[in-house]
Design a binder for this molecule. Structure first.
Ligand SMILES: Cc1ncc(COP(=O)(O)O)c(C=O)c1O
Length: 404
């Protein structure tokens, strides 16, 4: 039952920071119109590019036919979906037939993991993943353990890197699936996917990567990477929310997790969401042509300034092979949610190392896996820039960021 007795709080009282042991964090805080609005939570979701919206709009109101229908109205939608599939396939260097449009990236990850583990049970029940995966990967593996599968959760080093040799060692003749994320959503570590692809090439195990955070930063060429399945997400690429894509190599033995009509080559039943599919393809096209130099420069300027302003703070994750927009810092002794709310009051939006409400914190598995003590996890802040971030935004953040 929801607790309606808690009151919205006056955020002004957080201007004086409390200690990590007795944080002053409100259950709810007031939402007022801010003078500045600086969005630095692009790893959580991105604003939609106006060009994407423009591409989508006709498919809501004018070209609304069901693509399965035989009439002209249906054909309009079918052609749009076919074109979107071709666009995505070209970027992934695969066949259009290998692109499966799903409801979300969570669903795409579930399809990849449940779909191949269950379909290949006769070949083995050993699966491999890492300790830093998004919950939409980790939780399906935990569920498969309950179904009798044996899962190896690989450690990462203190910068979040998986060692490809650990994968080699963990493989058995009964391994049927290996899932390693392309880039970590919290600390920005870019994993050695190409090296892992090479290792797995001659093994029966399918190789899946959750690539939600990577578009624009590294190649999505499925042939170069030697991967069998790849998850992508509209919400992280300035596209619409509520659409995910799973690339599935045509040789992959996989079964559906949603049953119904024969949509998406019988792998994902449900009427196509034409506007979202069109929007996804447009967003992917735009992001893969983008240039990260500006974001990287602004990110480095902010990071340098923050570490200078707060000398006891430290960066989590690597300096090389890191997502260009990601900063994750720990400010020991300070509860990160207090800083988050202080910044929020100033119109700056960031996130913390714990998915939480006060008193109900679930410390980040990634920060745990890189060896951060619990207290430091609660003192960790994630700041993720986007393509709309400006130099003025960064100057304002540097000026506003509290020196606790
Ligand atoms: C790495 C990664 N995988 C999967 C997801 C799940 O995306 P969605 O919630 O849109 O299904 C996210 C979203 O935070 C993510 O960052």
């Amino acid at each position: 039952m929801l607790d309606y007795t808690r009151k919205a709080c006056d955020v002004n009282r957080f201007h004086a920071f409390s200690s990590i042991d007795s944080p002053k964090i409100p259950a709810y805080h007031t939402h007022t119109m801010k003078k500045h609005q600086i969005y630095l939570d692009n790893a959580a979701t991105t604003p939609m590019d106006p060009k994407v919206l423009e591409a989508m709009l006709p498919y809501f109101t004018e070209k609304y036919g069901n693509p399965e229908a035989l009439h002209t109205k249906g054909k309009e939608s079918l052609i749009a979906i076919d074109n979107a599939r071709e666009t995505v396939a070209k970027i992934l260097n695969c066949r259009a037939r290998e692109i499966i449009f799903c409801g979300t990236a969570t669903e795409a990850n579930n399809l990849a993991i449940f779909g191949t583990a269950r379909a290949n049970k006769d070949k083995g029940t050993h699966l491999i993943t890492t300790k830093i995966e998004h919950s939409s990967v980790r939780r399906p593996f935990e569920q498969l353990e309950k179904e009798g599968f044996d899962v190896t959760y690989l450690d990462v080093d203190n910068e979040g890197f998986v060692n490809p040799d650990d994968i080699k060692k963990a493989l058995t003749p009964k391994t049927t699936l290996v899932s390693v994320m392309y880039a970590n959503n919290e600390i920005g570590t870019i994993e050695p996917i190409k090296k892992i692809g090479k290792i797995l090439h001659d093994h029966q195990a399918y190789f899946h990567t959750d690539a939600c955070q990577i578009p624009g930063a590294e190649t999505l060429d499925t042939k170069t990477l030697k991967i069998d399945m790849m998850t992508l997400n509209g919400s992280k690429i300035y596209g619409p929310k509520g659409i995910g894509v799973l690339y599935v190599n045509k040789e992959t033995k996989i079964e559906p997790i949603i049953f119904g009509s024969a949509h998406e080559y019988s792998l994902r039943a449900g009427t196509h969401n034409t506007p979202l599919i069109v929007g996804f393809a447009k967003a992917l096209e735009l992001i893969t042509k983008s240039d990260n130099k500006k974001i990287t420069k602004l990110r480095d300027k902010l990071l340098t300034a923050l570490l200078k302003k707060i000398p006891r703070a430290h960066l989590n994750g690597p300096t090389n092979h890191r997502l260009p927009n990601n900063i994750n810092i720990t400010i020991p002794g300070i509860h990160a949610q207090e800083i988050l709310l202080h910044l929020d009051e100033a119109g700056i939006y960031v996130s913390t190392g714990a998915a939480c409400n006060m008193g109900n914190e679930k410390p980040s598995k990634t920060l745990e896996a890189i060896g951060l003590p619990q207290k430091e996890i609660l003192s960790s802040l994630r700041i993720t820039l986007g393509k709309n971030t400006t130099e003025e935004d960064i100057d304002y953040v540097i000026k506003t960021f509290p020196t606790p």
